[in-house]
Design a protein around this ligand. Structure first.
Ligand SMILES: [Zn+2]
Length: 435
C-alpha cells in the first residue's frame, strides 16, 4: 500500500482526474459540480523509517470544506481505488449542496447562543459533531445506493442499519442516537469515525483553506443553481435523475415562493377574520353594474389587516439578512394594499415603533441579547391595535406563555429556531444561500 514519497504528483493528478471522470459519468446530473470541486493535495505523510508514502486515516473520507475544497492526502488517494475516490467526490458534493454545514446543530455561531462545545474547537471532534456527520451521511448515502453506487464498507447506510430511507439528517439524528444506545456494550459500532470535514458540520478544520482558495459565496450560489437547473432540464427531457436529487433541485430553486405564499395567505386569512371592519367603497363600479353605467353601487372592499413587524435585532441575527427580509415582507404587504407599516425593533427590550412608508426609512436599532416577549408586549400596547404581527427572528428567544391579542406569524431565520405553538410559523431560507 505504500510507495516512495517522490515523484508521486503526476500519478496523483492522473488518479484524481480519472476519479472526476468516473463520478461525472456515474452521475451526469452532477457533472458541473464534479468539475468545479477544487482538489488540494495536502503535505503527504511518510513512514519514518522507510520514507514511503502512507495513507493517513484522518483523511479517509476526503474531507471537504464549504469553499468546495477537497483536502486530498496523497497517501490515501494513491491507496484508494479510482471508483472509490469518485464515490467520495459524489458523497462530498452531497454534503455541500444540501447545506449540511449550515444546517449543522454543532456549528459555531457568532451570537450569544453559540453552542459552547463548538467554541474553541481545536481539532478533536466531540460526539455530537460525529453523530451529525453520520446523520448527514445517512441522508446522502441512501440516494447514492439507490443509484447502485455503494460506498466503502465502513460508511453509514440507512438500509444496512435497518432505517427508513429518504429522510433528512435531522430525522436520522435521533434514530442514530437510539441505535448507538442499543449497540452500547455490545462492542459494535455504527460505523468507523469517518470525518467528512467542515463541509459536513460547519466546524473549521486545521487544514481548511483560509479565504483565498476555493469558491466564493457567489460562485457557490451560481454553481448550485446551475446544477439545480440542469437537473430540472434533465427531468423535463425524461432523462433519469434520482428522486432525492429531483426534490433537492425543486426546493433549491423555489424555496422563497413557499414562505412568501405563506405570509400572503396569512394576511388574507386575517383580513377575512376582521370582518367587522369591512368597508364599502364607491371607488370602482362592481362587475354586476357593468352593463348599466348610470348605476353605481358600493363594492365590497376586502379590509387590509393592520400589520406590525417585530424585528429581532439582537446580535445573533445578521443585518443584511434582516434588511432583506424586511424588504420582502414589506413588499408582500404593499401588494395587498397596506402602504404604511409599523416596525418595532427588539433585542432585550422593545425600541419605539417606527412608522415607515418605504424600506429606506427604517432605522434598525439594537444588538446584544434577545427577548421577543418585550417586542410582542409593545405591539399589544400600540393603538390602533394590530390585527397581525409578523415576527422576524432566529427563534433563540423566550416567548410569551399565552397567545397575544392578535394573529402572529413567526418567520424563522436559520434552521434551528423554535416558534411558540400559538403562532403560525414559517422557516425562511438563509438569504446568503438564496439571493
Ligand atoms: Zn460524509
Amino acid at each position: 500500500m505504500s510507495r516512495p514519497v517522490a515523484p508521486y504528483s503526476e500519478e496523483l493528478a492522473t488518479r484524481l482526474a480519472a476519479a472526476r471522470v468516473w463520478a461525472a459519468h456515474r452521475a451526469p446530473y452532477l457533472a458541473n459540480a464534479v468539475f468545479s470541486l477544487v482538489m488540494e493535495p495536502l503535505t503527504p505523510s511518510a513512514a519514518e523509517r522507510t520514507g514511503e508514502l502512507v495513507a493517513d486515516p484522518e483523511f479517509a473520507a476526503f474531507p471537504t470544506d464549504t469553499r468546495w475544497v477537497m483536502h486530498v492526502d496523497p497517501g490515501t488517494a494513491l491507496a484508494t481505488p479510482v471508483e472509490q475516490i469518485g464515490w467520495w467526490i459524489l458523497h462530498q458534493i452531497g454534503h455541500l449542496v444540501r447545506g449540511h454545514a449550515q444546517r449543522s446543530p454543532v456549528r459555531p455561531t457568532c451570537g450569544p447562543d453559540a453552542p459552547l462545545h463548538a467554541v474553541g474547537y481545536a481539532g478533536a471532534r466531540d460526539e455530537d459533531a460525529h453523530r451529525w456527520n453520520q446523520a448527514a451521511d445517512a441522508e446522502i448515502n441512501d440516494d447514492l445506493e439507490a443509484e447502485g453506487l455503494d460506498g466503502p464498507a465502513d460508511v453509514v447506510s440507512p438500509a444496512a442499519l435497518g432505517l427508513p430511507s429518504n429522510r433528512l439528517a435531522e430525522e436520522y439524528l435521533p434514530m442514530l442516537d437510539e441505535l448507538t444506545e442499543l449497540l452500547h456494550g455490545t462492542g459494535r459500532e455504527l460505523s468507523a469515525g469517518l470525518d467528512c470535514g467542515s463541509g459536513a458540520d460547519g466546524i473549521d478544520r486545521r487544514w481548511d483553506s483560509t479565504g483565498a482558495g476555493g469558491l466564493g459565496e457567489l460562485e457557490r450560489e451560481l454553481l448550485e443553481r446551475s446544477v439545480a437547473v440542469g437537473i430540472q432540464e434533465r427531468v423535463s427531457a425524461r432523462s433519469e435523475v434520482p428522486m432525492g436529487w429531483q426534490r433537492w433541485a425543486e426546493e433549491r430553486l423555489r424555496p422563497r415562493v413557499d414562505w412568501r405564499a405563506r405570509i400572503g395567505s396569512l394576511v388574507r386569512k386575517t383580513a377575512n377574520r376582521s370582518s367587522g371592519r369591512v368597508d364599502y367603497s364607491y371607488r370602482r363600479p362592481s362587475r354586476r353594474t357593468a352593463g348599466h353605467p348610470d348605476v353605481i353601487t358600493p363594492q365590497l372592499v376586502r379590509p387590509v389587516p393592520d400589520t406590525v413587524l417585530v424585528l429581532d435585532t439582537s446580535g445573533s441575527v445578521r443585518r443584511p439578512e434582516l434588511e432583506q427580509l424586511v424588504a420582502e415582507v414589506a413588499e408582500i404587504l404593499a401588494k395587498v394594499g397596506r402602504r404604511r407599516l409599523r416596525v418595532i425593533c427588539c433585542d432585550l427590550q422593545a425600541h419605539p415603533a417606527q412608522e415607515i412608508r418605504r424600506i429606506e426609512e427604517l432605522r434598525i436599532v439594537g444588538g446584544g441579547g434577545t427577548d421577543m416577549r418585550a417586542g410582542l408586549a409593545a405591539a399589544a400596547q400600540l393603538r390602533p391595535r394590530p390585527d397581525l404581527v409578523v415576527v422576524l427572528t432566529d427563534g433563540h428567544t423566550p416567548w410569551p406563555d399565552r397567545r397575544p391579542p392578535f394573529e402572529s406569524l413567526v418567520c424563522l431565520v436559520g434552521p434551528d429556531g423554535v416558534a411558540p405553538e400559538w403562532a403560525s410559523s414559517v422557516h425562511l431560507p438563509e438569504m446568503g444561500a438564496t439571493s
